[in-house]
Structures are given as C-alpha cells and as structure tokens.
Design a protein. Structure first.
Length: 176
C-alpha cells in the first residue's frame, strides 16, 4: 500500500466524472474524499444554482476560491473541483503548490452524454450545450494541461477502473 501524503485534486470539464472517479481514488488510497461544489453549498447554505442566481458567477468564484483554499490546508484529501476552479489563477497556483493535480480529459461526445443526464449546471441551462462545452474546451484545455498528470477518459470504463488508472499514474508521477 502506498501512502500518499499530498492532496490529490481532480480538475476537468463538467461531466467528465471528477466526483465519481474521485470517490474511487479515495477508497483505493484510503484517503478522505471531498467534493468542492458540495462544500461550497454547505458553506453558503444553498445550492450552486441558487448561488449563481443570488450572487452571479463572480460571487460563486469568490466562494469557490476561499473554500478550496481552506480544504487544501485541511488535507491530505482527494478533492473533486468544479470545472472552473483550476481556471482561476489564484486557485490554480494554490493547487499547484499544495496538491498533485490530475486533469481528467475527455472528448465532446462523452461530456455531452454525461452532462445531458442532469439539469443542475447553471452554465448549461437555456443554452446549446455543445456550443458552450466546445467553447469551454477551447478556453480551458490549454489551462488544464498545466496539471501534473493527464488522464484520458473514455466511455465504458468504470469509475473503479478509472480510479486504479489514476492511482497508478500518481504513483508513477511521485516516483515510487
Ligand atoms: C462549473 C462547473 C460545475 C460548478 C459550476 C461551474 C464550471 O462543477 O462548479 O456549475 O465553471 O465549469 P462540475 O464540473 O462538477 O459540474
């Protein structure tokens, strides 16, 4: 059993599976798992959708940055972040300093299929999801590529199997 004494932070676009895969990584490595969006909801006392409605995206980003800063200090944990977190330069540099960052990368079809299953994401409501996600890929993929480890996500691999794949890559990255 490898003991990982650093935070592990998952970044990547909406729908790629950061939460589901993150939970599996945490189980495999015997580390606590935290979902940053859920923590933001707990500290705000309302849902992400309500935060966007009440305070706008900017207000959400400020809360997101504060919550992630606190969580990284409390670690080591496995942390799933919302898709925009790593795009914020301050949050990114905190993650780069205090964690091993993992970009879960996927193509547009997989993201569309997975985000299409639910309707709770403010950035995808009342829009053409393909257009929004393609534009986010253009803007964000060059930034996500600064992560320490990049994992390609494809259909038909279970979260458990993905968890093992990520664990193997982390171990290789750490040079164990
Ligand atoms: C966002 C992604 C969401 C959530 C918010 C904004 C984004 O999280 O943080 O709706 O900017 O990509 P998921 O990536 O977990 O869907």
């Amino acid at each position: 059993m490898h003991k990982i004494d650093k935070n592990i932070v998952l970044v990547g676009l909406m729908g790629v599976g950061k939460t589901r895969i993150g939970r599996e990584i945490a189980k495999i490595l015997h580390m606590p798992f935290i979902d940053a969006d859920r923590e933001i909801e707990i500290s705000a006392g309302c849902s992400i959708e309500e935060i966007f409605e009440l305070y706008g995206e900017q207000g959400f980003r400020e809360g997101e940055s504060r919550v992630i800063e606190r969580l990284l200090k409390e670690g080591p944990i496995v942390l799933a972040t919302g898709g925009g977190a790593f795009i914020n330069p301050e949050t990114r540099s905190r993650i780069k300093n205090d964690a091993i960052s993992i970009w879960l990368k996927a193509d547009i079809e997989l993201l569309l299929e997975r985000t299409g299953r639910t309707n709770h994401r403010p950035l995808l409501q009342n829009t053409d999801p393909r257009k929004v996600l393609t534009s986010l890929m253009d803007k964000r993929y060059p930034i996500y590529s600064e992560a320490d480890v990049i994992i390609n996500c494809v259909e038909n691999i279970s979260p458990r199997a993905m968890g093992h794949k990520v664990k193997d890559e982390i171990i290789e990255y750490m040079g164990y």
